[in-house]
Design a protein. Structure first.
Length: 582
């Protein structure tokens, strides 16, 4: 889950079977041990939760608050978003959900050696332990639960920052109900289920839960050619008995769980059948592939072989996207937001080192009644030859220095495809796709890798250095980054404050969230495992909060179009438009 540490952020979602996923969920599930519950939807339950979350998560952004001393060591953006999300989706016990989110940040600070002080008292998160428990800021967690009696405790032997919380006294163990109990009263954990002490029937077998350990009779009732394994009589390592397990790391500690397994020399495939390793299946984006089948994804052709994906790299073009009120996705897939009304360098190959052969500049055209972007002017400069300007839903051309096209092949071509205008420059390996409003997609051939700069980043497969200002240093602030790429003319002032439309138009916020739920809902469900909808949803809410109910502003439609196009790139075509929607 931590990635592969190869200084290439575009392949950090490499699954245990060797293929790169585009969404977090299938990537994370590929590294799971055992069955996992379905993720909680990232949706606010009601407006009261939303108001509570906005107010109570504010200490993570308060420059004079209890956490302020840690800001320079641990950025708060992701923790603040997680706090909002956790509290928003909390069913009951809002304060408890909030405190868990704040505790995550406090622990991250502790990992960096920063003690934030008595943050629990400052945020009304004090802990009252049960009578048989005690609170400590350095609680020992190894082998302290009833669960650890049923299976090895993965927390043992792991170095970690101090762990705070309530814990059990010596000789007792923590149950799932967060109470301490003697070992004899511990429940047993088996294949994701929990059973109380005493006799119990599991899968037709007579079992007994004693001292947190489950002991069962011999008869398993196996089908489909599987055989019964009893760990209490003949302990074997059952951790790697499926095709999916072949790609996962093995533990130094042998793990045995009684049950039905394929006979020796065979493995259970993704359909539950026993097969040889040569016939093992593979999984990608929720789909199962037979041995020998191939799939094309992320500029690679991958073939299923021995439950692993064997992939061959292909030349990979880079795609940069900008739309709406300054939502950017760089060539290296970094998302950020910057909305200024100056002219900016989106991408160029000169980068101050040489004359360069092309540049793409953009300028936001504000709406008539407020500082929101209603359209975007694009200037494509094919240096020394011709300049193309895209605005007001048309393209104009200006020749440079008396240049005239006498080549056998034209320098560029312009044509309309559906709702979009496309400009292709084959000799430069450059393509622009414009929706005639605010959305622009720039596609560069693989030859430009690590040879460009601008608001689209440097196209080196590492999103961590994409905010590289004009002058080569990397910054963390999108405002400083965006301001550095202003063009010399016409003169224009820097952006100093980020505008949040949902705060300016609070009456639009709930409407925007309901409207944008189409991205998280059933309409796009076939795409969720291939393209993470979350950054597109957040951008959609901001765009829709800039709403004019008369329909003049197309921010919502543009935001949904961006996700639909990303899905189409992954071969998922979604019919989302209706007579009442876009």
């Amino acid at each position: 889950l931590c990635g592969n540490y190869n200084i290439d952020t575009t392949d950090d979602f490499t699954t245990s079977s060797g293929i790169v996923e585009n969404a977090a969920e299938p990537f994370a599930l590929s590294w799971s041990v055992g069955d996992c519950p379905v993720n909680i939807p990232k949706v606010c339950i009601n407006s009261d939760n939303e108001i509570f979350a906005d107010e109570k998560c504010h200490p993570l952004r308060d420059p004079s608050g209890i956490f302020a001393k840690c800001y320079d060591h641990v950025p708060t953006d992701n923790y603040h978003k997680a706090c909002i999300q956790r509290t928003c989706t909390c069913g009951t016990g809002l304060q408890q959900c909030l405190c868990v989110a704040l505790a995550n940040y406090a622990k991250a600070c502790a990992n960096q050696g920063i003690t934030v002080g008595d943050w629990r008292r400052a945020t009304n998160c004090t802990v009252s332990c049960e009578n048989n428990q005690r609170f400590d800021y350095e609680m020992q967690v190894c082998n302290s639960t009833c669960l650890s009696l049923s299976r090895p405790d993965p927390r043992c032997g792991v170095e970690d920052a101090p762990v705070e919380g309530c814990g059990c006294l010596e000789g007792t163990h923590l149950t799932g109900g967060l109470t301490c109990t003697p070992k004899a009263q511990c429940p047993c954990h088996h294949q994701g289920g929990v059973t109380p002490p005493g006799p119990v029937i599991i899968d037709g077998r007579q079992c007994k839960c004693e001292d947190g350990e489950l002991l069962c009779s011999e008869d398993c009732g196996c089908t489909q050619g599987k055989v019964c394994v009893h760990c209490s009589q003949f302990s074997i390592d059952t951790a790697q008995t499926t095709c999916a397990s072949l790609s996962k790391p093995t533990s130094a500690v042998q793990s045995c769980t009684s049950g039905c397994y394929c006979p020796g020399g065979q493995l259970e495939d993704h359909w539950g059948m026993c097969v040889t390793v040569d016939n093992c299946t593979c999984q990608y984006s929720g789909r199962v592939f037979k041995a020998g089948q191939s799939v094309k994804t992320n500029c690679r052709t991958c073939t299923c072989h021995h439950a692993q994906w064997s992939c061959v790299d292909e030349p990979c073009p880079g795609t940069c996207l900008v739309y709406g009120n300054g939502h950017y996705q760089t060539f290296d897939s970094k998302w950020y937001r910057y909305d200024g009304n100056c002219q900016y360098t989106l991408v160029e190959d000169g980068c101050g080192r040489e004359a360069g052969s092309f540049s793409v500049k953009v300028e936001s055209v504000p709406c008539c009644d407020e500082a929101l972007t209603c359209s975007r002017t694009i200037v494509l400069d094919l240096l020394g030859n011709v300049t193309l300007t895209l605005n007001e839903m048309k393209v104009t051309r200006r020749l440079q220095g008396g240049w005239a096209s006498l080549e056998a092949e034209p320098l560029y071509s312009t044509h309309t495809v559906g709702l979009y205008m496309m400009i292709s420059v084959p000799s430069r390996g450059l393509t622009l796709i414009w929706d005639k409003h605010t959305r622009l997609t720039v596609i560069l051939d693989d030859r430009w890798r690590n040879r460009v700069c601008g608001l689209c980043g440097n196209f080196d497969s590492n999103e961590m250095n994409d905010l590289q200002i004009s002058g080569s240093s990397v910054v963390s602030s999108p405002l400083a980054f965006g301001n550095s790429w202003k063009t010399a003319t016409p003169p224009c002032s820097d952006v100093t404050n980020e505008v949040f439309p949902c705060q300016r138009h609070s009456y639009c916020s709930a409407w925007a969230e309901r409207r944008c739920m189409i991205l998280r809902g059933d309409t796009f469900k076939d795409c969720h495992l291939k393209v993470d909808p979350e950054p597109y949803y957040q951008a959609c809410v901001l765009e829709s909060c800039s709403c004019e109910f008369g329909g003049k502003f197309l921010g919502f439609c543009t935001a949904v179009e961006a996700y639909a196009e990303a899905c189409s790139d992954q071969d998922v075509c979604v019919r989302w438009r209706t007579p009442d929607m876009c």
